[in-house]
Design a binder for this molecule. Structure first.
Ligand code: FAD
Length: 438
């Protein structure tokens, strides 16, 4: 019997589990997850109104219910079970632990209250136990820093018609806070130009189609066509994005519900976040093609009054004690996915926080082939005990692991407690989830 441990049940963990369990039917694949719930960012990152994207979990459910796969939730590798213990009891270890740490802007004022990373912000509206209780919407004016799809997700969730959000699996706490917030302005701020955004046109168009929004875009500084330096693979998206910016009229919303002003501000490198006592009150950025609606001070900086700042500028991984880690790029140290003999990495903890869900499948396909080739070169395999020894350790440490059947109990409870129209109402504390299992 080959004992395989996968750490992390997001897309990359689920894909590699599926491939190894299928190709090595004589193996036992144990999928460790620090939360009682599986699926990583599909559950806690992907925007709640994008249920079509979250539907990939149906496929992952089939993986988790395979005969030679064991889901081991509520077990934090590196804290509850050490790397050395895993190495002792498993033939193969694969880290698929993602990149949950928000990158810092690295500017003064970043630690003020009211400044959030997009990771924690999206965990808030997705009901992740780590951030479910945030209270981020205390101001009429919100700044979102960054020009990628996550920034667009945040913009869309904050400004979407609340009746539509009610049909999503947004956490009740976030839904209540968004419905009661008096948001007037959302500024989406990029340090480079509109020609350099990383939005995908479909996501951009989705935002631009919301009828309750009034858009403010200074098209006089936006080129009609992609500049020459734009690389071939980005040309199509860039051209389409520029077309969308030019075709979106600075329209005044006619909707009688929430009407929110959306300001796209380009070429605005943010330099400082300022606050009254401990709370954010404004941000400053370098004057660069300033528009008249913003006030410039004597240092040639533009100042904007905002009470919430959300930075969406990327993520790094969390180190695990004694697992080689590269502090410069924030990922595990590896050579072609191999961290050390019989230990591998896949997904965002290996490649960095880049790529959509299917990119992790491609990554897992390559890795599964490499692992199988490496296994063929290491015969005979030493005898190892796998989960039976880990289970003893967990009992000794009084840690209740969550099985696939347990997850089904939590899953059913979430579906049962949802009000009409919502696919589920997430349970947002680990203790409440575990209480269901007693
Ligand atoms: C806000 C946001 C929105 C996104 N929206 C989309 C989208 O709409 N469409 C799309 O295709 N892609 C989207 N993506 C990208 C997609 O989510 C990633 O490509 C994918 O989730 C990366 O998969 P992963 O398995 O490497 O990491 P993750 O999904 O982060 O999974 C890592 C898992 O490991 C667990 N873990 C971490 N450390 C430990 C440990 N020590 N012990 C045990 N378990 C551990 C975590 O709890 C987590 O479950 C989005 C990303 C973000 C951040």
């Amino acid at each position: 019997m080959i004992h395989i441990a996968i750490i992390g049940s997001g897309p990359s963990g689920c894909y590699i589990t599926d491939m190894l369990a299928k190709k090595l039917p004589e193996s036992q694949v144990d999928l460790f997850e620090r939360l009682p719930t599986p699926f990583g960012l599909v559950r806690a990152g992907v925007a709640p109104d994008h249920q079509h994207t979250k539907n990939i979990t149906r496929q992952f459910e089939r993986t988790l219910s395979r005969e030679n796969v064991r889901f081991v939730g509520n077990v934090h590798i590196g804290t509850d079970v050490s790397y050395a213990e895993l190495k002792k009891h498993y033939h193969i270890i694969v880290f698929a632990s993602g990149a949950p740490i928000d990158r810092k802007l690295g500017i003064p004022g970043e630690s003020l209250e009211g400044v959030y990373g997009s990771g924690e912000f999206s965990r808030w509206y997705n009901g992740h136990p780590d951030n479910a209780n945030l209270n981020p919407l205390i101001s009429e004016n919100i700044a979102v820093i960054g020009n990628g799809n996550v920034a667009l997700d945040i913009l869309r969730v904050l400004s979407k018609d609340v009746e539509q959000l009610r049909k999503s699996d947004i956490s009740q706490n976030a839904l209540d806070k968004i419905s009661n917030a008096n948001i007037k302005n959302i500024y989406i701020i990029g340090r480079r130009g509109a020609e350099d955004v990383n939005f995908t046109p479909m996501e951009l168009q989705e935002v631009m189609s919301q009828s309750n929004l009034t858009f403010h875009i200074d098209t006089s500084n936006i080129p009609e066509l992609p500049p020459e330096y734009i690389q071939e693979e980005r040309l199509r998206n860039t051209a389409k994005n520029l077309e969308i910016f030019h075709n979106t009229k600075t329209q005044v919303s006619t909707a009688d519900t929430r009407s929110i002003n959306i300001h796209f501000l380009f070429n605005r490198p943010i330099s400082t976040i300022q606050g009254d006592t401990s709370q954010v009150s404004s941000i400053e950025f370098t004057r660069n093609n300033a528009t008249s609606s913003l006030s410039a001070n004597s240092k040639n900086l533009i100042s904007l009054n905002v009470g919430t700042v959300i930075s969406a500028i990327g993520y790094t991984s969390t180190p695990i004690p004694n697992v080689p880690f590269n502090n410069n790029n924030g990922m595990f140290e590896h050579q072609n996915s191999c961290i050390e003999s019989d230990v591998y990495a896949v997904g965002w903890c290996k490649r960095g926080a880049n790529g959509v869900i299917p990119s992790n499948r491609t990554d897992a396909v390559t890795l599964s082939k490499d692992i199988i080739a490496d296994l063929e070169n290491t015969v005979p395999l030493p005898h190892k005990e796998g989960f039976s020894c880990i289970s003893t350790l967990l009992d000794e440490r009084n840690i209740k692991s969550v099985s696939y059947n347990d997850w089904q109990v939590i899953n059913k409870a979430e579906i049962d407690r949802a009000i009409t129209g919502k696919p589920r109402e997430k349970i947002t504390t680990v203790s409440k989830m575990l209480n269901l299992l007693n």
